[in-house]
Write a protein that binds this ligand. Sequence first.
Ligand code: HEM
Length: 570
Amino acid sequence: MLPASFGLGNMLRQSMNGSDLPSTRLLRTKLLSDGYPVDHNFNVLATHLGVFSFVDNVDLTVLLRYLILSDCCVGNTPNRINPTCIPIPVAPDDPYLRLTGIRCMNLTRNPTFQERGCISNAMPAERYSVTTPLIDLSVVYGFTNERERQIREYKGGLLRAEQRNGLDYPPGTAPVCALNRRPIENACYEYGDAFGGNLLVGVYMTAMWFYREHNRLARKLAEINPCWSDQELFETARHINIAQWQHIFYYELMAELLGRENALKAGIIYDTHGYVDDFDERYEPGVYHEYVVGGRWFHTMQDGRTDLYSNKGEYLGTRTTVDDALRSGILEVNNTEADLTQGAFRQGSHKIDYVIEPDIAERVASNIQAALDLPAVDMQRGRDQGLPPYNQYRKLCGLPTAHKFEDLHDVIFPDKVEQMRRIYYDVDDVDVMTAIYSEKLIEGGYVGPTLFCIMRQNLVQWRKADRHFFEHGDIPASLTLPQLYEVRKSSAARLLCDSGDRVDQIQPRALLRAGRGNEIRSCKEIPSMDLTKWADPQCHPKADNKEHPIKEQEHYANPYLWESYNYDKK
Ligand code: HEM
């Protein structure tokens, strides 16, 4: 969003006085605390879909570099010689690590286009990422034609799957889970993106639901259109699957996190039953550096525990979330997938605030590294990706430039500003990610004003840049209006009912805690898509194929998702 800011030779930006910027571990421990508060609004399913959405549009292969291969903390001292090293110093009086002797956290720079010889070293370092930078289920389908060929069955439009207990599973042969130094349980799934897809529990559960959902859609479409080829079935199932993911992502997850009213005003979502033709060929599909750095704010909502529940709602136990990274095989041990799925919509997420769950703050790399503080890494990544100081984003986002620390009081709590004043040399040194972790939340949303401004820019850009965005009606491949109307019935609740492991009841707004107005109820009461709207006249020559007009009272395809908004309007 803004020109990159690096030091000489693309090293990390320096402080206004020419010294290194302060340790992000120091900033993190002074500004954010460790603790266990539970959110009253969101549940763990929102976290799962959130992290899945990021893996859908950016890759985390940088982890392979520093978790497995590098040592940027030789002898517990930050390595300043190796240019790929950006370790985080730990102060001797660190509140948690003072007794351990750990004085350095291992971290390497993101891979860049420069390293691959694609652009000159004289240009600002540019992060290299291989995933498609759109909301397009690339975790499930992959991001190359070659990978798509590997995961397709080439029969009935299906993705390759093994059937166990009446459920589809992708083949379980991906070698990537060997990176977790724990016993490998049976499977590590061949999702389209095998690394990203198996990475974290939220990702491999969500990838599983959408993988199965593809096959469910393909089988239904084959019943409706027996004359369709494998290719037609595959393309249409994938089109519907991506369309419903975009609907869930924009109208359910983002609408709740940013505030529905805010998202409407910003042109992120629309209050309409028709098409939204906002495709604009001047916009390029892409992910802003600020979006993937700023999005890390949601690490605050990540719980360190993933609870197991029976489908009657009885608490069965809990798992340590960070230990389950790269360990998707656990899903098929006993009833783990079914129990974690129940837990996902019954367990409150970690509260979205300034307190970080201790495992996320102290040992996010599980047993692979002695200590790793994720929010500190998040702040360091802002520097690694060349984000200029916070003051420049204030200007970009319509806030006045701060000339002294006290000027930050408009959007940051005074006690946090006071900490910043003590740690930074100059107000122009303040990192944008440090500020995102410190800003007061906007009215009706769960992000501060700078992150809102950043997310708005990317979310609007994705809609405008993606010719195939589900609400666009102006290309031959667009959904017809009756089909669009069906996609607008989709929801996370329906996805779990159709493609989760043994879900027969759920609350309609499944990302939110169950309770009054959002009671857990039978899946029969959760709106579902009518796939006969995809019936092909060529397979049904005698049928009445006229399109039926949509009635006004059917305005909102899934009334549950708009409930809070209509309530607020009243
Ligand atoms: C078990 C839970 C989670 C763990 C263990 C985890 C861990 C990580 C790690 C290790 C990184 C890379 C750190 C680096 O830059 O070197 C990362 C990046 C990131 N995470 Fe998480 N995370 C979790 C949940 C979430 C959630 C719930 C969200 C958002 C809803 C999220 C959003 C992000 C984003 C946006 C990035 C940056 C991606 C990139 O730049 O490639 N994470 N996370």
